[in-house]
Design a protein around this ligand. Structure first.
Ligand SMILES: [Zn+2]
Length: 176
């Protein structure tokens, strides 16, 4: 009789353990799904949405922070021909040299290369339903425009940039 009670007790303990093991593995599974490792890029210049809104005009905010696009031929820099440096309107980082600006006929400022290898960062966007290479300021993440492979030599690239994302500094005033 004692043995029978012992066996029942053992079975009860074992089934409890099994259940608790199942619960643990289920909760682990849920936790893994709920917290995917998505690392947001970190920029040297970071501001809250409220700070950006306070600093930028509505159009600048829409383009720089929400990856919008100004209407072609409406910006102040697409036909701008002065000698100097184009900087990020969000954080003033120098991004393009007027020597690499060319007439693309698109109504947006166009350059065949950035000022250096580090100032412009790239990403892929699918806003129009197909992949395009989005370009943004590497210091504040401000959206600039896109880069296409139909530009002039020596690079064959066309950086198609929103006027509203840029400021212009004459060469004599630009920091070396
Ligand atoms: Zn910037």
């Amino acid at each position: 009789m004692k043995n029978i009670i012992f066996v029942f007790a053992l079975m009860a303990i074992m089934s409890c353990q099994q259940k608790s093991n199942q619960l643990i593995s289920q909760s682990e599974k849920v936790e893994t799904v709920a917290t995917p490792e998505q690392k947001a890029p970190s920029y040297a210049v970071t501001k809250s949405e409220a700070e950006w809104k306070a600093e930028l005009t509505d159009l600048e905010y829409k383009v720089l922070r929400k990856a919008g696009t100004e209407r072609s031929f409406t910006g102040d820099l697409w036909d701008h021909k002065a000698d100097g440096i184009y900087t990020c309107r969000g954080c003033r980082l120098p991004l393009f040299d007027s020597k690499t600006k060319f007439k693309s006929g698109t109504g947006w400022p166009s350059y065949y290369q950035p000022l250096n290898d580090t100032c412009i960062a790239e990403d892929t966007d699918y806003h129009l339903g197909y992949a395009r290479t989005e370009v943004h300021c590497s210091r504040c993440g401000g959206h600039m425009g896109h880069v296409f492979k139909d530009g002039p030599q020596p690079t064959g690239l066309r950086y198609c940039i929103n006027s509203v994302s840029l400021d212009f500094v004459e060469r004599k005033d630009a920091k070396p």
